[in-house]
Design a protein around this ligand. Structure first.
Ligand SMILES: *Cc1c(COP(=O)(O)O)cnc(C)c1O
Length: 453
């Protein structure tokens, strides 16, 4: 390889199809269930909620490749293909013999990977004449991405933003408003789900689960309105595979193949996006890479959750998903990686984890910020607090490989930049941040309340 650190592709290298991992899985995830009938869900059951095409993609267990519409691919060209970077600065800072690469998804106009799915979701809604979309957002990244995507197609958007982030990250709210979206702090008094939780817990700072309930409720009660979700579901993970498909080509140009692939983990979309294209070579027996999902210690569904049917939201409006979960009533600590404060993992990732095909680690908040500052100083990019979990896991991996005397090629996804999260960095520098963990009793008590199916 030359001295150049970045490996660029051209527009013609943007994938023409997304990769659907389900047909390649030796053991398929259990079906999602209709919450009313508790019967296996059909695509038609999802039509009231999502666009018909997104619903069909959600239930597609047979097609490994799903074509990316030209209109979507053209919009991807605004910032894709994203660079793959050999992190020589970070390698030097760590003094590691490992080769560390990262895929830089922070270069999208909204600063994260979320636009990869926001655009196709808005496009499929537009195609069937939808005029309004509702959604939720944690740290504001998904809301910002969908605000831009809906603007591209002339659709109106209402965003329920988790209250703690609404107050911690006012600029993400401004970004959504710049693109013309309406932003409401959640829990709010505008929905039944919001009013109920405010009545019971007046100081509740919100969670993704509650915000989803509010957005779903508004979508179901508004004509010609659909709901869009930024993570967890199969079709969202599917759209994100452009990340790994590009990275696969770029690693080939670099003349390397990753021994370890790492993504931070909220509901699983960027982890799935970077991992699944590489994981398919494990499933076919050609390769033996390790895949590591990095979640926050404050919200450890993959490492400590229970494999159960659970709702995707707090009020229980969504289909029942077979997931590794902390329970949909779980109230995560107010950590600054708002995009990782979600109670459960998507069905596919949960099943892969249960079958030992992927690993997970939980990262304490302070370790994530320490890793973020090491990365910023050595690579120049200030990472999102979410992405910092992937960096922390990559640093752990590099140190362990060096100690074992077996240097590895490590690839992680930089899911977003942190330029709008500087208030969180300020709190870290001021020594105001703490580590949060959850007791086994807390998890068990939460999981106990899950519906019997
Ligand atoms: C939303 C978000 C995440 C977490 O969501 P996943 O679906 O698990 O990828 C991670 N990083 C950033 C920058 C995000 O915006």
């Amino acid at each position: 390889m030359s001295e150049s650190k970045k490996i660029f592709l051209t527009e013609t290298d943007i994938p023409r199809a997304w990769f659907n991992i389900i047909p390649s899985m030796p053991e398929k995830p259990a079906p999602m269930l209709n919450p009313a009938t508790k019967k296996p869900l059909t695509a038609e059951d999802l039509f009231p909620l999502f666009s018909e095409e997104a619903s069909r993609q959600e239930m597609n267990t047979t097609d490994s490749w799903i074509e990316i519409p030209d209109e979507v691919r053209d919009l991807y060209k605004i910032w894709r293909p994203t660079p793959l970077v050999r992190a020589r600065g970070l390698e030097k800072a760590l003094g590691t013999a490992c080769h560390i690469y990262f895929k830089n998804e922070s270069v999208s106009p909204v600063g994260s990977h979320k636009l990869n799915s926001a655009i196709p979701q808005a496009y499929y809604c537009k195609q069937q004449g939808v005029t309004n979309i509702t959604t939720e957002t944690g740290a504001g990244q998904w809301g910002a991405a969908l605000s831009l995507a809906t603007r591209m197609f002339g659709i109106d958007l209402a965003v329920y933003m988790v209250k703690i982030s609404y107050n911690q990250k006012p600029y993400r709210r401004s970004i959504m408003q710049t693109y013309g979206a309406e932003v409401i702090a959640s829990p709010s008094m505008s929905t039944k789900a919001g009013r109920k939780i405010i009545t019971e817990h007046p100081n509740y700072q919100g969670s993704l689960g509650t915000a989803i309930s509010e957005a779903v409720e508004l979508a179901m009660s508004t004509p010609n309105c659909k709901y869009a979700l930024g993570s967890v579901l199969n079709h969202v993970a599917l759209h994100q595979t452009v990340i790994g498909l590009e990275a696969e080509k770029q690693m080939e140009i670099a003349g390397e193949y990753p021994d370890v692939v790492i993504g931070c983990f909220g509901g699983g979309s960027n982890f799935s996006g970077i991992s699944f294209p590489f994981l398919r070579h494990n499933l076919s027996g050609e390769r033996h890479s390790r895949f590591i999902a990095a979640e926050p210690m404050a919200c450890p569904k993959l490492t400590r959750g229970a494999m159960r049917y659970d709702y995707g939201d707090e009020a229980g409006y969504t289909p029942l998903i077979p997931m590794l979960t902390l329970g949909h009533n779980f109230e995560p600590a107010n950590i600054h990686a708002g995009g990782l404060r979600y109670h459960g993992a998507g069905a596919v990732v949960s099943s892969l984890k249960e079958n030992g095909l992927i690993d997970a680690v939980d990262i304490p908040q302070l370790e994530s910020f320490e890793a973020a500052t090491v990365f910023a100083k050595s690579e120049g990019i200030i990472p999102a607090p979410e992405s910092a979990h992937a960096i922390a896991a990559a640093i752990r991996e590099a140190r362990a490989s060096d100690e074992a005397g077996t240097p590895k090629t490590i690839l992680f996804n930089l899911s977003g930049h942190g330029l709008i999260d500087m208030a969180s960095y300020d709190r870290y520098f001021a020594g105001d941040l703490a580590n949060y963990t959850v007791s086994d009793e807390q998890i068990a008590a939460n999981v106990e309340t899950l519906p019997e199916v």
